[in-house]
Design a protein around this ligand. Structure first.
Ligand code: 5AD
Ligand code: FES
Length: 342
């Protein structure tokens, strides 16, 4: 066995130099993926967990340079779902076997604590066997506490990059890496199952910033790690920047599976967008979660973080069936259940 893979398996770690070497070539990919699959199987077998993604609002007060729903994008169509629409998405999703609902949105002040808590409570009352995951960006510690008390189980907040200078390149002045990291630590302390992650190949990312991302994740010890290729959106300042690479995303999934053997790692929509079989390859590189879309069809195209996003025209039931087939063809099986971390 290759010396890196051998060390990774024994120590769940590598030196900075070794990570840089592993990421800089495709030489180790085959062994890396085979070994990642073995680790994944040890804890999760061939099971795939599904999360029903409900995109509750395309309004956002932030202006991240990479994102299609940034506040300065005057071409973006804005919508927010009503509480009734969100409940309807859950009803539909429950019938399709979803036992986790992910409420994701831009940082939209309309969804204040009162409104969000009441929605979370309504979902937990009606579906006590389901987990509620929130992905609503940066909020105060008090807000995270209220939402947790209302019944939210998990929270997703990607750190995007752990390098100060790179963070500045991706975000305007009024956002900061320290504030993002503060949010993530608060979420963990409060008791959420916490997810972080980053885009692969975002403008200014280097092997060195990726090493920092990995070190930050090791310090945070998140339960979930979401990564996907950066994809351009025509109405952002980064419109001319090249997309991230699928190969690097897969390599990172393989590495993350070794560093975080029990983590929940999704094979993301961005990976499915950059390549027709991207999500299947993500599973074969060590991922164990997929997050199909439960948002109402008429808003799908409006939640456009990047160009050419897949599944914007497909009913939730179609996506569920499609993914079932895709996973089965790859030797995996979607399970009905909350899909908590091993
Ligand atoms: N390409 C890929 N991923 C993106 N995200 C936002 N914009 C893009 C883009 N252009 C990711 C960010 C964010 C998550 C919800 O979507 O990492 O945290
Ligand atoms: Fe949506 Fe295949 S997962 S159409």
């Amino acid at each position: 066995m290759n010396v890196f893979i051998d060390k990774l398996r024994k120590e769940q770690n590598l030196t900075d130099e070794q990570i840089e070497q592993l990421l800089s070539t495709d030489e180790y990919d085959r062994e890396l993926f085979a070994s990642a699959l073995e680790i994944r199987e040890k804890y999760y077998g061939r099971q795939v967990f599904i999360r029903g993604l409900i995109e509750i609002s395309s309004f956002c007060r932030n202006d991240c340079y990479y994102c299609g729903i940034r506040r300065s994008n005057a071409n973006a169509s804005r919508y927010r779902l009503t509480a009734e629409q969100i409940m309807e998405c859950c009803r539909n999703g429950y019938g399709l076997g979803f036992r986790t609902f992910v409420l994701q949105g831009g940082e939209d002040p309309w969804f204040n604590d009162e409104r969000m808590c009441s929605i979370v409570k309504a979902i937990k009352d009606e579906y006590p066997d389901c987990a509620v995951t929130l992905s609503l960006g940066e909020r105060t510690r008090e807000s995270y506490e209220r939402l947790f008390l209302a019944g939210a189980d998990r929270y997703l907040l990607r750190h995007e990059t752990a390098d100060e200078e790179h963070y500045r390149r991706l975000h305007p002045e009024d956002m900061s890496l320290s504030s993002r990291q503060r949010c993530l630590r608060d979420l963990k302390e409060i008791g959420y199952a916490t997810g972080s992650g980053f885009m692969v190949g975002s403008p200014g990312q280097t092997i060195e910033t990726l090493v920092k991302d990995i070190r930050f994740l090791q310090e945070l010890e998140p339960d979930m790690i979401g990564i996907g290729p950066y994809l351009r959106h025509k109405d952002t300042p980064f419109r001319d920047c090249a997309n991230g690479s699928m190969e690097m995303t897969l390599r990172l999934i393989g590495l993350l599976r070794h560093l975080f053997p029990k983590a929940l790692i999704p094979s993301t929509t961005a990976l499915g967008t950059i390549h027709p079989q991207g999500r299947e390859m993500g599973m074969l590189a060590g991922a164990n979660v997929v997050m199909p879309n439960l948002s109402p069809l008429d808003v799908r195209e409006k939640y456009e973080l990047y160009d050419d996003k897949i599944c914007t025209g497909d009913e939730a039931a179609e996506c569920r069936k499609c993914l079932e087939n895709r996973m089965a063809m790859t030797g995996f099986e979607i399970v009905v259940g909350r899909g908590d971390r091993a």
